[in-house]
Design a protein around this ligand. Structure first.
Ligand code: FES
Length: 69
């Protein structure tokens, strides 16, 4: 792995928000169903409140701090 590879991480954890995935991935939801990423960067919900699981729909922004991931 080269140094350039580390300039653009594949996974970024957003404080209080989603997990960002760069590139193509398969994501398993809580029921074990597989979802393929379709965007250059995909946001995976970490708060559990998104209506579009397993993807982040922005709901985490209105959650009280204690419920944010
Ligand atoms: S992290 Fe964004 S809706 Fe859950």
């Amino acid at each position: 792995m080269t140094a350039e590879r580390f300039d653009h991480p594949d996974v970024v954890i957003c404080p209080g928000g989603p997990l960002l995935l760069r590139g193509e991935h398969l994501v398993a939801d809580a029921d074990g169903r597989m979802h393929r990423t379709t965007r250059p960067v995909s946001a995976v919900c970490r708060c559990g409140k998104s209506a579009d699981q397993p993807w982040c729909d922005g709901t985490h922004k209105v959650l009280p701090d204690k419920q944010k991931p």
